[in-house]
Design a protein around this ligand. Structure first.
Ligand code: NAD
Length: 380
């Protein structure tokens, strides 16, 4: 079958769903690869690099959608792209079907099978296709780089002939995939790193990465876990104890990176205006939850602001796209693994097995039916 990757049309999106390396692997599965001219340019992959990898470069999106049996994309299709989808075609992209019901209905009406990379079940067997984790890892790393770029001092402490430099103090709120990547990056740069999560079970992981876990003075167990390793909403008492702790440590923190999310909800507000006001001038907040409303009260989505007391707050939502080469390499590998599972005989023939938990979980529409939401996976 022919697998094609179009140029992303979402404003500012620099990633691409197929790289020359992933194309070579896709060809080993028996598929032919197509790319829209210029699709990899912003991520550092030239048309010639694709040609050298055996990929056919197609002039425009319409030609690509017309020829491809499988369309691999990063972002969900725009309203202008939906009419290009075809009967019997498979689309593999981030789709967020829970938030995009109309778009899903429209893609289904075109007769397209939609595989939502954001719906890949987070079970061990599917880790190789877990694009959410791939992108969260990049966002966590890049958040620290962005913080450093906006912070006027070193991360690491130094004793120099010109004076003693104290290490930066970094607080990471939310120690999931992005938070752990941020912790690893901040400690490797020499910062004193603190981390907090409502899920007490991550304390060990945090400490094994060289950071200190912030425990609350709370008589009940610090445990906000719900099913599947995700967080649940905290009780009002727990939330109050958490805010009190943050209020206490805010003046001492140079950099705060917030990543706290609860599935299906707006981001919890954890860093209030008075905490920002208590921070030292020159401090930096990177709010990775900005897309879902932000963990910091003062975050402005997709913007960088500086408060009256000199605190920089970054609310960018495109951190993976800011590292487009790395993000494309990881995402295209996740997509290639998905295609491999769809091509079990490695003969270029797609066998869409709805009895497979991972394929079923990610399939949002198939054979003329909307198949979202999927049933819960049987295996963990
Ligand atoms: P996420 O993006 O939904 O949330 C980020 C973090 O915010 C989580 O650690 C959560 O506990 C935390 N949080 C929520 N409310 C908070 C609050 N009020 N204060 C502080 N922290 C708060 O989570 P994620 O990064 O996608 O991953 C969550 C879990 O899923 C982790 O345990 C991770 O290891 C697990 N996971 C498993 C797999 C797999 O098995 N394939 C893959 C990815 C993630």
């Amino acid at each position: 079958m022919k697998i094609g990757a179009p140029k992303e049309t979402y404003e500012g999106e620099a990633r691409v769903a197929m790289t020359p390396a992933s194309a070579k692997d896709l060809q080993k599965l028996g598929h032919e690869c197509l790319i829209e001219a210029g699709a990899g340019q912003k991520a550092g992959f030239t048309d010639d690099a694709y040609r050298a990898a055996g990929v056919t470069v197609v002039g425009d999106a319409a030609a690509l959608y017309a020829q491809a049996d499988i369309v691999a994309k990063v972002r969900q299709p725009s309203d202008a792209e939906v009419p290009l989808l075809r009967q019997g075609q498979t689309l593999i992209s981030f789709f967020y079907p829970g938030q995009n019901a109309d778009l899903l209905a429209a893609a289904n009406a075109q007769g397209t099978t939609v595989i939502a990379m954001d719906m890949v079940p987070r079970i061990s067997r599917a880790q190789k296709m877990d694009a959410l984790s791939s992108m969260a890892n990049i966002a966590g790393y890049r958040a620290v780089i962005e913080a450093g770029n906006n912070f006027g001092r070193f991360f690491t402490g130094q004793v120099t002939a010109a004076g003693k430099v104290p290490p930066a103090k970094v607080l990471v709120i939310g120690a999931g995939v992005a938070g752990l990547a941020a912790i690893g990056t901040a400690t490797s740069l020499g910062a004193i790193t603190y981390a907090f999560d409502v899920r007490a079970e991550v304390a060990e992981q945090v400490e094994s990465m060289g950071a200190q876990f912030v425990f609350l003075d709370f008589e009940e167990k610090q445990d906000g876990s719900s099913t599947g390793g995700y967080a649940a909403v905290s009780s009002p008492e727990f939330a109050a104890a958490q805010l009190a702790k943050f209020r206490e440590i805010a003046p001492d923190m140079d950099i705060v990176i917030t990543t706290a999310l609860i599935p299906g909800r707006d981001a919890p507000e954890l860093w209030t205006a008075d905490m920002v006001a208590a921070m030292k001038p020159g401090s930096v907040i990177i709010d990775l939850a900005a897309e879902r409303g932000g963990n910091c009260k003062l975050t402005v989505k997709d913007e960088k602001i500086v408060t009256d007391n000199g605190v920089t707050i970054v609310g960018y939502t495109d951190f993976p796209s800011l590292m487009a080469t790395q993000a494309s390499l990881l995402y295209s590998t996740n997509v290639r693994h998905m295609v491999a599972d769809l091509t079990p005989a490695k003969d270029g023939v797609v066998a869409h097995n709805m009895d497979d938990d991972v394929i079923r979980g990610a399939t949002a529409s198939h054979a003329g039916e909307v198949t979202f939401p999927p049933p819960k996976p049987k295996i963990a």
